[in-house]
Design a protein around this ligand. Sequence first.
Ligand SMILES: Nc1nc2c(ncn2[C@@H]2O[C@H](COP(=O)(O)OP(=O)(O)OP(=O)(O)O)[C@@H](O)[C@H]2O)c(=O)[nH]1
Length: 752
Amino acid sequence: MAIDSGTKEQSHKEHRSRQSGAKADKKKHDTSQNGKKQNPKAFAFSSTVKAKRLQSRSVEKEQRRLHVPTIDRSYGEQPPYVVLVHGPPKVGKSLLIKSLVKHYTKHNLPEVRGPITIVSGKQRRVQFVECPNDINGMIDAAKFADLALLLIDGSYGFEMETFEFLNILQVHGFPKVMGVLTHLDKFKDVKKLKKTKQHLKHRFWTEIYDGAKLFYLSGLIHGKYVKREIHNLARFISVMKFHPLSWRTAHPYVLVDRFEDVTPPEKVRLNNKCDRNVTLYGYLRGCNMKKGTKIHIAGVGDYSLAGMTGLADPCPLPSAAKKKGLRDKEKLFYAPMSGLGDLLYDKDAVYININDHFVQFSNVDEKGEQQMKINLLDIFEFSLYRKRKHQDVGVALVKSLQNTKYSVDEKLEESFINLFSRKPNLLSNAQSDGKDTYESREEIRKIEPLEEYQSGEAIKGDGSAEESNAEDSDGSESESSDKNEVAHKDASDQDANLKDHLKEHVEFHGGRSRRKVIFGNDLDHNDMEDSDLEAEDDGDNNNDDDIQASSGSDSEEDEDVHETDDEMGNIAKWKESLVERTSSRQTINLMQLVYGKSTSMPTTSINEHDSSADDESDGDDFFKPKGEVNKKHGGIEGGNWNIEDCSKFTNYSNFKNWKEEKLREGIRDRFVTGDWSKASQRNQAAEAKVEDDDAVYGDFEDLETGEKHDGNPTDDASNDANHKEDDLAKEERRLKKLALRAKEILKLLLCP
Ligand SMILES: Nc1nc2c(ncn2[C@@H]2O[C@H](COP(=O)(O)OP(=O)(O)OP(=O)(O)O)[C@@H](O)[C@H]2O)c(=O)[nH]1
């Protein structure tokens, strides 16, 4: 009982509370607060400042989440941003572009045509484009605009063009848009002006978004917008952040700022509606373009790209040196369609445009555009020219540059290296423009005797060359008649092409007409000197005709006449001497002596060889059997030298297919693991089969000797005993062989 009562009364001893330490301190602190609850409302703010801070932070987070950073795939120098100036007619688009260009470059733009590229900052270039007033032009412009400046006539109010364009932009992807109010100077009443400004601003905001930027151009000073206002607008454009549109970043596109029709003029002359080749120049935007891609030219149609070339930047960004602002020198701009910008970069040349009043000797072209293109590469040519002529240096320079049609690399393409010996000039340049032809004529004068050159024929030759030069431009028919005459002369003087003469070959190559000078019988002459001196005497008499003949070969027909009538004849002659010389120099080839000549040699030459050998022989060989003739010539050379090497060819049909189970089973017992007794039985069976076959196909007659062999012997009984003996001997031999083979295999297995 006592135990029971004891268990009931027993109480748990309490933990002794902490008298010191962190817990004791905390308890003390809590008791001092006098019952104020700890964190009574979870996640509620006790302080308003704190609440505000937290709220703004969460809003910031949310905004950051909404504006997911767009991936900038661009690398290297960014292409210029396109600033499109749009507005209804006569609103002041051109004037605004001119004012902006003046602000950036300090240059006055005479007219706005095509894209105008300017360097607006150390890291930024801008391309100004005036939007056409028609709807198609607007649609095209909406595709490439990075910033659209919507010009609105403030004195009149909004016009339909602006809204149409805004609708088009919404379809194509909305770029940055800024409004510009012009013609505000027409307001006399300041109050009314203020009211109108407010009204237009709100209307603009409802159309785009609240807070959209709207500029005011208050009026004109000396026919230009106010400098201050233009400066502000330019500043905005310079610092504006452009968000690349996803479609555009994923697709390559080019805003063409210059184009050239490079169709050969002759092609256009023959067929005015022929397919044209057009080269388009512009900055590639979006992503890289591949050669052969199908492209769409806005307003023209779909085309395939023939080729692409990377060119030097016509309006490069300034150097990366650290300095504030842009120097005047670096304020470059490029407006090829507007005819401005000093440098013009072509595929193979750099052009400097100089206005007429700077240069006295400008060529005035048909359109009356007084501009001169100076090809820098042709300065080399000038130095040559100056050596030759003692003229005024400045005049000579300008004249020579004006008359040059072809660049140095084009001429180099035409030049060739003479590989034949005894040629004084290794590199002879086939020059083709007017001056160059003159040079080449001078060279001929050195080679030819003077009286020959002065003879009527020679002069005629020169004259016709000049004629054909003139005919290049207008393409008259008299040229072809001249050439027919020339061809006729050639035909009559077939053997006479053995003296120096030159040929002029007019052709259309690389989009331009070229008059190629070919020194027709340079090769002939040199080689003929070596081998055929007789021919030279004949050639002296006919040299003049050759010059005449060479002066105007244009069409292919004429060329053919030349080739067949005289050139081929000459070629045959100099080839003769070549063949002789090479055959005498030929070293003995051991391979050929041992194995005969290569079978890849053309059969005709072999036949020729054979026939020549036959000719040399007494002629009786013709009536002898082929084999004997070959024997006479001796060994492989004589007989089998042209037979195909049969070891090169393998007849795969004879190979057994070892994948077949039956075949593998057949040879299984021939290996160590197999049953050799079975193999021997099989062998016997096979031999018996062969014998049977012999029995079937046994009879044969030796046709050469006339002897008859019988497959089935008549006396079977006497032969049977012989056969048995033979079989036993065979069996013995076979078993011996097998034992030997087994020994060898065992040896191999035991000593690996
Ligand atoms: N008074 C006044 N005249 C202006 C203003 N802006 C432009 N103009 C004049 O308006 C005329 C037309 O200007 P342009 O720049 O040729 O207008 P545009 O929009 O290029 O004309 P189109 O190319 O024909 O569409 C010019 O004579 C300008 O001087 C302006 O704010 N106030």
